[in-house]
Design a protein around this ligand. Structure first.
Ligand code: GZL
Length: 342
């Protein structure tokens, strides 16, 4: 082949390759996952402030008044802000939450909101979300994972402080008694609120040896299970129970029924301590059947959406954002009941 022809052929091949490469890079079909930080191409980060987001929300379940109010608050905040909501109720099953998060990843949502039913077992799926460049926001409960790059921030209550508040009220109320026998209804085994509310309560009582936790069992945060376990406590030691410490109000309300059926007066014969400050607790306190409830505020939907939008717009967020909360006693119930929002 003549030299001139060879040169023309080489030039033609070179130009063709350049054209093909230019076509690939402009259509973004390079097949890469996007930039170093795993940011999604054409995803939320590209939407900047004000863009409509698709948000996947994996919720624990519908086990209590608190959960129902929390679900409503988050759902409403997402839709009121004009974003698209993809919602999954895990019915308190971890496998359902893992499935839901994988489905959100497959649908390429812009952000995932997640309240983990238990603290462990989610590392793999959260890594998958990170690799897909989808930011995860822990709402309500935390996970026990070293690598905190797997979530943007954790917005929720300080459950240890809630346990301390419950115990400090009890010490104030019964600290002079020689011996105080306490039975405890724990929340879902392995969940952050159950672990931490127990820790905070016991931390305070460690300095008061006249208080003893004589029985402790999970009621899984539900009224039905709380009643069932309290029935068993009463059957085995009903005459030696001075206090019930329940990790949420729903189990306490179930236990109140059991105490009445047993023939004792809840709120008098047995002091009742709950957590959440739901309407049902205020009704029980107003009826003299419950003594105190530690607030755990579920209405953080608007704050959560604001955090998601700030992150998408490129703002740095604190890794841990606590919800401000109080404690309410029987004597306040009548007046406050009409003002309660959940
Ligand atoms: C606490 C939340 C707990 C509530 C329960 O933030 O995770 O789960 O205290 C609910 O009522 O079931």
């Amino acid at each position: 082949m003549k030299k001139r022809n060879k040169l023309q052929l080489l030039l033609f091949v070179f130009m063709s390759v350049m054209l093909v490469l230019a076509a690939c890079s402009s259509s973004g079909s390079s097949g890469g996952g996007g930039s170093e930080s795993g940011q999604k191409e054409g995803g939320a980060e590209d939407k900047g402030a004000g863009g409509k987001l698709v948000i996947g929300f994996s919720q624990v379940g519908a086990e209590s008044e608190w959960r129902t109010a929390n679900t409503e608050s988050v759902k409403k905040a997402i839709t009121d802000a004009g974003h698209e909501l993809k919602f999954s109720d895990a019915q308190q099953k971890q496998e359902n939450q893992i499935k839901a998060i994988r489905s959100f990843i497959a649908q390429k949502v812009d952000a995932i909101v997640f309240s983990p039913v238990v603290e462990t077992g989610f590392e793999t799926v959260l890594k998958e979300a990170k690799d897909a460049g989808i930011p995860v926001f822990l709402a309500d409960r935390a996970v026990d994972i070293e690598d905190d790059s797997l979530w943007v921030t954790f917005l929720g209550s300080d459950f240890i402080e809630e346990g301390r508040k419950a115990a400090n009220w009890l010490v104030e109320e019964m600290g002079d008694e020689e011996e105080v026998n306490i039975v405890e209804l724990q929340g879902t085994v392995g969940s952050a609120p159950a672990i931490d509310r127990k820790e905070g309560f016991e931390e305070v009582l460690a300095d008061h040896p006249n208080f003893k936790i004589t029985k402790s069992q999970t009621g899984d945060f539900t009224r039905a299970k709380g009643k069932e376990v309290m029935e068993a406590f009463l059957k085995s030691d009903g005459d030696n129970i001075d206090v019930l410490y329940s990790h949420n109000d729903d189990m306490a309300i179930g236990a109140i029924q059991a105490i009445e059926e047993y023939g004792l007066k809840p709120g008098e014969d047995i002091k009742i301590i709950g957590v959440d400050a739901v309407k049902g607790a205020f009704e029980a306190m107003a009826a003299g059947k419950m003594n105190v409830t530690v607030e755990c505020n579920p209405l953080f939907g608007p704050q959560l959406v604001e955090l998601i939008e700030k992150h998408i717009a490129g703002e740095e967020l604190e890794k841990r954002i606590a919800v401000e909360e109080s404690i309410y006693t029987m004597d306040q119930a009548e007046e406050l009941l009409p003002t309660r929002q959940y």
